[in-house]
Design a protein around this ligand. Structure first.
Ligand code: FAD
Ligand code: UDP
Length: 365
C-alpha cells in the first residue's frame, strides 16, 4: 500500500485528520470532488473582501481545547454575531432578548416581557412542546412567533412549524437581558485572512487531488491505502440502497455593489413568508471592512435532490431511523471510517467537527 489513509473530502474534518496523521508519521492521500479544498468553510478573497462561498461561518465554541487548536492556524478577530431580523419595515434584534421584546411591545423590564409572553400563551396549556410551533410559542409568545419565527422557519425548512422538531429552535439563546450576542459560547470570532487559509495550513505537506470523486474511482483508490476516512454522504456511499436521506439545500445569489455599505450589518434575516430569500449576508462586516465596494449574498432555501449540495440534514424521525440503518452497516466496515457532518448526518458546527476529528485521531492514530 502506498498510503496509510485515503481521505475522501478536503473539508474541515478530513483536513484535521490529515494534519494529525502526518504529525504521527502516517501518510495520507486526500481526494476532493470539488475544485477547491476547505469544503463548506471555503472563503475566497474578492476585492479585499473574504466571501463565504457556502454561507456565513462564524466560529464559536466553549471548548477551550478546540479554541486553542484552531488558534494555531489563524488569528481571530473580535467579531460578535448580532443579526437583525426584518419583518416588513420593522427591525428587531436577535437572538430573542430584551431589545427584541422592548421594540415589539414598548416595554422596559424583564418582568413586563415575561408577563406578556405568559398572557399570550395562557390558553394554550402547553406542558411538553411536541413540535417547533409549540416550543416557540411557549418560549416567546405569539407575537414573536408570528413575526420572527413562523415565516422564516417555514422558508428555511419548507415545512409547517408543526411538522418540525422542537430542538431546532432551542439552538437559539433566549434572554431576558439586553444582550444581542447570538451565541452563548465563551469564544467567538472570524479568522483573519479567511477560513481557506486554515485548511491550507492543516493540509500543508499532504497530497491532495482536487476534482476527484472518491465514489467514482473507488476501485482504483481503495487499492492505494490501508484505510479510508470517508466524509461524504453516508447513504451515497451505499448507493442509497436502503433509501435516500433528506437534506435542505441553499442557493446563494451573490453580487458586488458599487456602494460602501449596503445594510449596515453582516446578517439580516427576512422573517416574512412573502420575501423569497431567508437572509442577506454582507460579507465585509464580518471583518469590519472599509473597501469602497461591498459584496452581498441572498440565501434561498430549497429541498435537496441528487446532484445538489447537501447543507442541512432534516433530522426528523423518519430520517434518523434510516440513518440508524446506514450507521449499523458502517459499523461493520473494517477498512472505512465515517466522519464529519455528512458522514454522521448531523448538523455539526465547526467546533464539533474539530472535536470529533480529534477524538477519532486519539482512537485511531
Ligand atoms: P464539509 O465541509 O461538507 O466537507 C466535506 C467535503 O467532502 C466537501 O468538500 C465535499 O465536496 C467532499 N466530498 C463529499 N463527497 C465526496 C466524494 N465522494 N469524493 C470526494 N470528496 C467528497 N458552523 C459553525 O461553526 N458556524 C457557522 O456559522 C456555520 N454556518 C454554517 C452555515 C451553513 C449554510 C452551513 C451549511 C453550515 C454552517 N456551519 C457552521 C457548519 C460547518 O459548515 C461545518 O461544521 C463544516 O463545514 C463541516 O466540515 P466537514 O468536513 O464535516 O464537511
Ligand atoms: N430562526 C427563526 N428566525 C430567525 C432565525 C432563526 O425562526 O430569524 C429559527 C429557524 O427555525 C432556524 C432556527 O431558528 O432554523 C435555527 O437558527 P440558526 O440561526 O441557528 O440557523 P442557521 O444559521 O444554522 O441557518
Amino acid at each position: 500500500m502506498k498510503y496509510d489513509y485515503l481521505i475522501a473530502g478536503a473539508g474541515l474534518f478530513g483536513a484535521v485528520f490529515a494534519h494529525e496523521a502526518k504529525k504521527k508519521g502516517k501518510t495520507c492521500l486526500v481526494v476532493e470532488k470539488r475544485e477547491h479544498i476547505a469544503g463548506n468553510i471555503y472563503t475566497e478573497e474578492v476585492h479585499g473582501i473574504q466571501v463565504h462561498r457556502y454561507g456565513a461561518h462564524i466560529f464559536h465554541t466553549s471548548d477551550k481545547k478546540v479554541w486553542e487548536y484552531v488558534n494555531q492556524f489563524a488569528e481571530f478577530n473580535q467579531y460578535i454575531n448580532s443579526p437583525i431580523a426584518r419583518y416588513r419595515d420593522e427591525l428587531y434584534n436577535l437572538p430573542f432578548n430584551m431589545n427584541t421584546f422592548s421594540k415589539m411591545w414598548g416595554i422596559v423590564t424583564p418582568e413586563e416581557a415575561r408577563k406578556i409572553i405568559a398572557d399570550q400563551i395562557a390558553d394554550l396549556q402547553i406542558t411538553e412542546p411536541q413540535n417547533l410551533e409549540e416550543q416557540a410559542l411557549s418560549l416567546v409568545g405569539r407575537d414573536v412567533y408570528e413575526k420572527l419565527i413562523k415565516g422564516y422557519t417555514e422558508k428555511q425548512w419548507g415545512r409547517d412549524c408543526r411538522d418540525l422538531p422542537a430542538f431546532i429552535i432551542k439552538r437559539l439563546p433566549l434572554r431576558f437581558t439586553y444582550d444581542n450576542n447570538y451565541f452563548n459560547d465563551r469564544y467567538q470570532g472570524i479568522p483573519m485572512g479567511g477560513y481557506t487559509r486554515i485548511v491550507e495550513k492543516l493540509l500543508e505537506g499532504t497530497e491532495v487531488r482536487l476534482n476527484t470523486d472518491y465514489l467514482a474511482h473507488r476501485g482504483e483508490l481503495d487499492g492505494l491505502a490501508d484505510k479510508v476516512i470517508y466524509t461524504g454522504m453516508i447513504d451515497q456511499f451505499y448507493d442509497y440502497c436502503l433509501g435516500v436521506l433528506e437534506y435542505r439545500s441553499v442557493r446563494f445569489e451573490t453580487e458586488e455593489l458599487e456602494q460602501e455599505n449596503y445594510q449596515g450589518n453582516a446578517v439580516v434575516n427576512y422573517t416574512e413568508r412573502e420575501v423569497p430569500y431567508t437572509r442577506i449576508i454582507e460579507h465585509k462586516h464580518f471583518e469590519f471592512g472599509e473597501q469602497p465596494t461591498t459584496i452581498i449574498s441572498r440565501e434561498y432555501s430549497s429541498e435537496w435532490k441528487k446532484g445538489d449540495e447537501p447543507y442541512y440534514p432534516v433530522n426528523n424521525e423518519k430520517n434518523d431511523s434510516l440513518y440508524g440503518e446506514y450507521k449499523a452497516k458502517a459499523e461493520n466496515e473494517s477498512r472505512v471510517i465515517f466522519g464529519g457532518r455528512l458522514g454522521s448526518y448531523r448538523y455539526y458546527d465547526m467546533d464539533k467537527v474539530i472535536a470529533s476529528a480529534l477524538e477519532l485521531c486519539e482512537r485511531e492514530l
